[in-house]
Ligand binder design. Structure first.
Ligand code: NAP
Length: 342
């Protein structure tokens, strides 16, 4: 049991994920004695309420986290690369939401339902995986108890909030302008967004996969501890404000388990809620996944084109389980294992 209270900092407190951290700390009664809310110079002086206290946002720099027991980084990879090693040196436990250290073999990449065993007493820097990868592995990992998995084929329907507060604003303002018939806004690097969808807006590499897809492939392998798992993924942004949806085909090394066995396995799995009512046509949606921590799984069926495979539809709130909630769960698990925070 955690009895100590901690000095906690959030770098990126004014962002889409940052706001979820503040909310979760209050809802989950995270053991906080002092909360530092940090962001860019643009946000200095902004006021944010936490447990009936008004906290003024300060600029994130290395001095602003001096003495903090735990620092949650949620302000992009560049900020993490610049400040996280120094924060660790100053004695903080760092939990990083960015991609900066995820593929560093010395840094645990953690989804608590899957690989908490990678946290050791010496761990001071922990990476939170890519949101699409987190939602995927929460639903796929339990199925390994039913047979060896050989390959995953995934299509991800990703919401605007995955791109942060600015992309959410763009979807909202473009939709309003489309419906009003007024001049539509533009955003560099993004196609028109209202009533449209587009291939994920990260650069495409020489192999034809974009950066988001490459992250899902590499990070899923690392989290699952399956370096040679075959993964094929396509990431598309859809005009949904919040929560990612994914179609997943799981190919087993041998004949696929029955639909009933998969459903029972997932119903008992931590962090999963089965939403699979064929009669009512009630299956996972981003709307139902929004604002709650479970990954919803449904449309569980045999792949008619492959006796070794099953297909399913999953949805998860990527600001919560795909980011802030996963990070807070890591911290809670760490403190349960190492109660004095060390
Ligand atoms: N959105 C998701 O679903 C999701 C999922 C998983 C991981 N992540 C990761 O989480 C991080 C935050 O994402 P987000 O969606 O919350 O983005 P966001 O809404 O754009 O927020 C970005 C945050 O970073 C801060 N920031 C930007 N430049 C800064 C600087 N120079 N110094 C200090 N702070 C700075 C911003 O402060 P200002 O408000 O002052 O600009 C803001 O608080 C990113 O690393 C992202 O990759 C996001």
């Amino acid at each position: 049991m955690v009895t100590k209270e901690f000095d906690v900092a959030i770098i990126g407190a004014t962002g889409a994920v940052g706001a979820e951290f503040v909310d979760l700390f209050a809802k989950r009664q995270f053991p906080i004695k002092n909360l530092r809310l940090l962001a860019s110079p643009r946000s200095v002086g902004k006021q944010i309420e936490f447990q009936e206290e008004i906290i003024t946002v300060a600029e994130a720099d290395i001095n602003s986290v001096k003495g903090a027991d735990i620092v949650f980084f949620s302000a992009g990879a560049e900020r993490s690369r610049r400040l996280a090693p120094g924060a660790v040196e100053q004695g903080s436990l760092v939990i990083d939401n960015s991609s900066a250290f995820r593929m560093d073999p010395t840094v645990p990449l953690v989804v608590p339902e899957v690989n908490l065993d990678t946290l050791t007493p010496g761990t001071r820097l922990i990476s939170v995986p890519n949101c699409t990868a987190i939602i995927l592995v929460v639903a796929v990992n339990p199925l390994r108890s039913l047979g060896a998995i050989d390959r995953l084929i995934v299509s991800a329907y990703q919401s605007a909030s995955g791109g942060g507060a600015a992309v959410m604003d763009y979807l909202e303002s473009d939709t309003r302008a489309f419906l009003d018939g007024s001049t539509r806004p533009t955003k560099p690097g993004l196609p028109p967004y209202a009533f449209n969808l587009f291939s994920h807006n990260t650069p495409v590499g020489e192999n034809g996969y974009n950066e988001e897809e490459q992250k899902v492939i590499e990070e899923s392998r690392k989290i699952l501890g399956m370096p040679s798992l075959k993964v094929n993924v396509t990431c598309v942004r859809v005009p949904v404000l919040r929560a990612h949806t994914e179609t997943v085909t799981v190919e087993f090394a041998g004949p696929a388990p029955s639909v009933e066995a998969v459903r029972a396995c997932l119903a008992a799995a931590p962090g999963v809620r089965v939403v699979d009512d064929r009669e009512a046509n009630h299956f996972p949606t981003p709307a139902e996944a929004s604002g709650q921590g479970d990954v919803l799984v449904g449309r569980i069926r045999q792949d008619l084109s492959n006796p070794n495979a099953i297909s399913m539809l999953i949805a998860g709130d990527q600001l919560l389980k795909g980011a802030a909630l996963n990070a807070v769960q890591i911290a809670e698990a760490y403190l349960a294992k190492f109660p004095d925070g060390k």
